[in-house]
Design a protein around this ligand. Structure first.
Ligand SMILES: Cc1cc2nc3c(=O)[nH]c(=O)nc-3n(C[C@H](O)[C@H](O)[C@H](O)COP(=O)(O)OP(=O)(O)OC[C@H]3O[C@@H](n4cnc5c(N)ncnc54)[C@H](O)[C@@H]3O)c2cc1C
Ligand code: FES
Length: 257
């Protein structure tokens, strides 16, 4: 059940170019978290910013902690990157639906791009069966060692070939002739659209985690709506990414909006 709690920063480390990892601790914060769910963060610094959504990258139930991995893109994330061990911030968690882990079949394909990669770490840990993991970066990889510790094939690509394969995640999946019974994806919308087409062509079910600008994070303000197809051809309706998602089946998403 989602709740607003006061959390304490237990560790904050820069883990890549413009990429930070923060561990937050509070009783109950790591309970009942589904991979793909996110938190809403509010700093205790008197700022007037709306809360900021960040995906849950890892949970540590023993120590009542969870990890977020993020890029600094604006004021909220910049302020967050300045937070030190022992400082507190308010967190509304867990939010959203998360991936359907129990749908994982004999073999899963997990594909992530950029800041869509963090929630795929908890997912990759939790899903049973064999896994092929495809990670696409625009610069030096982050979290790669954590993925490589898993019992899975991990493939890395970068846009300019500065690390791993030169090309997109989809290019790499084609090169490896990726195979699986289900696909999980998180990343920029163009990547998810390409992944969705790739899955559809092969008749593989796929779940994708969408990202939209958010305000309330709990389904009340309708800022974060996306188009979801109805059963009737050409019909669609709005769904809230924060409350009905962020994870949707690829066949539901209307990509050309
Ligand atoms: C469900 C969800 C999970 C997310 N998980 C992560 C994560 O794990 N790691 C991470 O680094 N980021 C994640 N994001 C994006 C993150 O929320 C934004 O980068 C952050 O809110 C920006 O806040 P800011 O104050 O620093 O920047 P702002 O000043 O608010 O914005 C700076 C720039 O970032 C863009 N931006 C802001 N919010 C979003 C958003 N929600 N989606 C797309 N672009 C946005 C703005 O258009 C602008 O160009 C997630 C977003 C959602 C909706
Ligand atoms: S952010 Fe308010 S409904 Fe989604």
């Amino acid at each position: 059940m989602k709740k607003m709690i006061s959390t304490t920063v237990v560790e904050q480390v820069k883990i890549g170019e413009n990429c930070w990892s923060i561990w937050l601790q509070a009783p109950g914060i790591s309970d009942d978290v589904q991979p793909g769910q996110f938190v809403h963060l509010k700093l205790n610094r008197g700022e007037k910013l709306l809360p900021r959504p960040l995906s849950i990258c890892e949970t540590d139930k023993k120590n009542n902690a969870l990890r977020l991995v993020y890029a600094v893109v604006g004021k909220g994330t910049k302020d967050l990157s300045h937070m030190k061990e022992g400082e507190t911030l308010r967190v509304l968690s867990p939010l959203g639906n998360g991936f359907e882990v129990d749908r994982a079949a004999l073999k899963s394909i997990i594909a992530g791009g950029g800041m869509g990669i963090p929630p795929l770490l908890e997912l990759s840990r939790r899903i049973p069966g064999r896994k092929e993991i495809y990670l696409g970066y625009s610069a030096t990889p982050f979290l790669l060692e954590s993925f490589q510790e898993l019992d899975a094939q991990v493939h890395v690509s970068t846009d300019d070939g500065c690390f791993g394969y030169s090309g997109t995640v989809i290019d790499k999946m084609n090169q490896e002739k990726a195979r699986g019974n289900i696909i999980y994806g998180c990343g920029p919308r163009p990547m998810l659209k390409a992944l969705s087409i790739w899955a559809k062509e092969r008749d593989i079910p796929a779940q994708v985690s969408l990202e939209e600008r958010m305000a309330c994070g709990i389904g009340a303000c309708l800022v974060c709506t996306c188009k979801i197809a109805k059963k009737e051809e050409g019909e669609w309706h709005h769904r809230r990414v924060c409350a009905d998602g962020p994870v949707f089946w690829n066949q539901e998403v209307v990509w050309n909006d």
